[in-house]
Design a protein around this ligand. Structure first.
Ligand code: SF4
Ligand code: SF4
Length: 319
C-alpha cells in the first residue's frame, strides 16, 4: 500500500491531479495511467521494500559523488577513535584504567551499528554507504549520557583533527579552502542559471508539424495548399486567446479548422488554462506565386492580451 501510495503518486505529476484522481476512482482514467501506476508501485516495492540499503550503496550515485567531494579537512560523521579506543565494556575498561593501561570511551554496545540505516559500523572509519544521517551520533550520545561520560564520541569532525589529537595537538578547522571556494562558485553558477531560466521561462509554446502526405495540394484555381498540425500550449492558470499568423510567402493565406474568429489574416485561437490544444492549419498561396520546392515560413503566435509571442519556423512545399 505504501509503494502504491508513494510510487503511484508520481503519475499525478503528469496530469491535472484532482481530475486524474477522480477518473482513477471511477475507473475512467486512460489505461496508460493504470499501467504506469502499476510499474511505479512495483519498482518502489522492489527498491524500497526489498533492496533498501543495497539501493543506497550500489545504485544511488550519491555515495560516489560524496566520496569525490570530501577530503581530510571536511566535517563528516566521524568516530573519534583517539577517544574511543581501545574499546570494551565499562567493567573491563575500568580494570585497564586501574592497571594504568589505556582505556577508551567506546563500551562496544553496538548501538551505533544497530541504528545505522545502511548497516555500517562507523567505527571502521568513513565509508561509501554512509549517508551522513547522524543517527549513530544520537545513539552514541544516549549511551554516553547513561554511563556518565561526555557525549560526542561520534560527532562531526575531520580526519585531520583525529590525527592531530593522536599526536597531542589541538584540533583546527579550515572551512575556507580552494575546494570549498570552487564548490560555492559552482553552486552559485548553477543556481544562477536555474533561477534565470525559471524567471525567464516561456508561459506558452507552439509546435508545428507539416503533413507528411501529401506534402502539397495543387488547387484548381492554380494556387497551392500545405497542411500542418499545430499544437498550442498555454502554461498560465487562466484561459488565453492567441492570434496565429504565417509569414514568409507574399500573399499567403492561413485557415485554421476550429478558429474562433480572424483578425485580418491572423486566426484567433482560444486555449484553456494549463492545457494544450491541437489545430489543423491550412496555408494557401496565391495562384500566381512562383515558389521553389521548399520555402521557409514562420508561424507567429501572439497572446492577444499581454503580447507574449513565440515563433516556429517550418517550410512550405511546392512541386
Ligand atoms: S551517519 Fe547514518 S549512515 Fe552514516 S554511519 Fe551514522 S547512522 Fe550510518
Ligand atoms: S554507540 Fe558509541 S559506545 Fe556504543 S559501540 Fe557505538 S561508538 Fe561505541
Amino acid at each position: 500500500m505504501i509503494a502504491w501510495w508513494t510510487g503511484g503518486a508520481w503519475v499525478l505529476y503528469f496530469a491535472d491531479a484532482p481530475t486524474l484522481v477522480k477518473s482513477l476512482a471511477t475507473g475512467q482514467a486512460p489505461s496508460i495511467a493504470y499501467i504506469w501506476i502499476g510499474i511505479l508501485t512495483f519498482t518502489t516495492y522492489i527498491f524500497a521494500g526489498w533492496g533498501r540499503e543495497q539501493v543506497c550503496t550500489y545504485m544511488c550515485p550519491w555515495p560516489r559523488i560524496q566520496a569525490s567531494l570530501t577530503d581530510e579537512w571536511a566535517l563528516n560523521v566521524t568516530y573519534l577513535r583517539d577517544r574511543g579506543e581501545p574499546r570494551g565494556s565499562v567493567k573491563k575498561m575500568k580494570q585497564r584504567a586501574d592497571q594504568g593501561l589505556p582505556a577508551g570511551d567506546c563500551v562496544d554496545c553496538g548501538q551505533c551499528v544497530a541504528v545505522c540505516p545502511t548497516g555500517i559500523d562507523i567505527r571502521d572509519g568513513i565509508q561509501l554507504p554512509c549517508i551522513q544521517c547522524g543517527l549513530c551520533i544520537d545513539a552514541c550520545d544516549n549511551v554516553m549520557k547513561k554511563i556518565g561520560r561526555p557525549t560526542g564520541l561520534i560527532a562531526y569532525d575531520t580526519d585531520i583533527n583525529i590525527m592531530r589529537r593522536l599526536e597531542g595537538k589541538p584540533p583546527v578547522y579550515k572551512f575556507v579552502r580552494v575546494r570549498t571556494v570552487i564548490y560555492v562558485v559552482l553552486i552559485a553558477l548553477v543556481g544562477g542559471i536555474m533561477l534565470y531560466t525559471l524567471l525567464n521561462r516561456s508561459m506558452m509554446d507552439l509546435n508545428v508539424l507539416h503533413d507528411r502526405q501529401p506534402l502539397f495540394v495543387q488547387l484548381s484555381e492554380g494556387g497551392l495548399r500545405n497542411g500542418y498540425t499545430v499544437r498550442v500550449l498555454n502554461k498560465r492558470p487562466n484561459e488565453r486567446s492567441f492570434t496565429l499568423g504565417v509569414e514568409g510567402i507574399e500573399g499567403a493565406r492561413l485557415e485554421v479548422v476550429g478558429a474562433d474568429q480572424y483578425i485580418g489574416d491572423r486566426a484567433v485561437l482560444t486555449v484553456d488554462r494549463d492545457t494544450t490544444r491541437e489545430f489543423r492549419v491550412l496555408v494557401f498561396t496565391p495562384a500566381d506565386a512562383k515558389l521553389p520546392r521548399s520555402t521557409p515560413v514562420t508561424f507567429r503566435l501572439t497572446d492577444t492580451t499581454i503580447g507574449e509571442m513565440t515563433i516556429v519556423k517550418d517550410f512550405f512545399k511546392a512541386p
